[in-house]
Design a protein around this ligand. Structure first.
Ligand code: TXA
Ligand code: MG
Length: 310
């Protein structure tokens, strides 16, 4: 086990020295590195086993920091009023932004967000530099919503700033600002309807099979060890991930939200999948979830977890 940072300041010292440190956000834990340090950013890819063509989200302390990294059109500035929050904006990168090329995987756009979590914001302010941070899990596996899951995923090799369980539980919504249009590249913890209502602008959804819009949206992703099956009725020998009022089942069961609340379900999703997976059953049956609001992000993660493995 590595020494764990016991405070924001200790975590900031690690990050300023070019080391990795995982930290909590409102969505999931991130595996952080100084986004201006190419070696530190490369260590993220190595530690996760992440393909280098898959760019990272750059986390900023405030809008002033974000504006040094990307061009903000009037529409982008309007969207940025939803920060801090679980919304990532893909914007044209400024050529002189100081970010390590590897962090952006050589693209001329950059994905930015300001997380809505007191420890993450304090850490970003203490480091004083943007932090590249993908979800703190080995590539292709379930995202971590507790420090314990981060330690488990990386075998204790990565220091983690522990901030308790994440409130939202699924990753940020990714939206690309294209001229006067907003296009959602990944459904996430900020429901599309909420963005539309707050900004008064429609949000289009990128076609699923379009040349992968967010390069990380590989079909099989978020994979537990067990196989997943989307079905209301679990069979003998399976584990069951339920939602709402469900039929009795004698096998191991977790309920994402007995009352059918989508926020609660999102918060519980990865933690419950981790728990059921740890039981070692070959198959997890998952109840259907309504596809509106946060259900869009939940169903996206479930479909990827259930997709045939490459
Ligand atoms: O909630 C979150 O977003 C978490 C926390 C830690 O902030 N982070 C996260 O990062 O989910 P990650 O690396 O697991 O997912 C980042 C996604 C990938 O699908 C990547 O392809 C996409 O963002 N992305 C990054 N830069 C992009 C760009 N310039 N254009 C399109 N997609 C981009
Ligand atoms: Mg991820």
């Amino acid at each position: 086990m590595t020494d764990e940072p016991k405070s924001v300041d200790e975590a900031a010292i690690l990050l300023r020295a070019g080391k990795l440190c995982a930290f909590p956000t409102e969505t999931v834990y991130g595996l952080g590195a100084d986004a201006t340090d190419p070696d530190a950013v490369l260590a993220i890819y190595e530690t996760k086993g992440r393909p280098r063509f898959n760019p990272l989200i750059i986390h900023c302390a405030d809008l002033a920091m974000a504006r040094t990294l990307a061009e903000f059109s009037p529409l982008a500035l309007k969207a940025a009023t939803l920060w801090p929050g679980p919304l990532t904006l893909v914007l044209p990168a400024r050529p002189d932004n100081g970010l390590a090329d590897v962090a952006m995987a050589g693209l001329d756009s950059v994905a930015i967000r300001i997380p809505d979590h007191p420890l993450a914001l304090a850490l970003l302010a203490a480091v004083g530099r943007p932090l590249a941070a993908p979800s703190a899990n080995p590539s292709g596996r379930l995202s971590p919503t507790t420090a314990y899951q981060v330690r488990l995923g990386f075998g204790g090799r990565v220091p983690v700033l522990d901030g308790g369980p994440c409130q939202a539980g699924v990753e940020s919504t990714i939206v690309r600002v294209e001229g006067e249009r907003l296009v959602q590249l990944r459904a996430g913890a900020m429901a599309r309807e909420r963005i539309e209502q707050a900004l008064g602008v429609p949000v289009a959804v990128a076609a699923k099979d379009a040349a992968i819009a967010a390069p990380g949206m590989l079909l099989s992703h978020y994979a537990p060890n067990a196989l997943l099956r989307l079905d209301t009725s679990p069979r003998d020998g399976e584990a069951f991930l339920a939602f709402g009022a469900v039929p009795e089942f004698a096998g191991p069961t977790r309920n994402l939200s007995p009352s059918g609340d989508l926020h609660e379900a999102a918060r519980n999703l990865f933690a419950m999948l981790h728990e059921l997976d740890a039981l070692g059953r070959p198959m997890i049956a998952v109840a259907p979830i309504p596809d509106s609001g946060l259900g869009e992000a939940i169903n996206d993660r479930l479909q990827r977890a259930a997709a045939p493995r490459g």
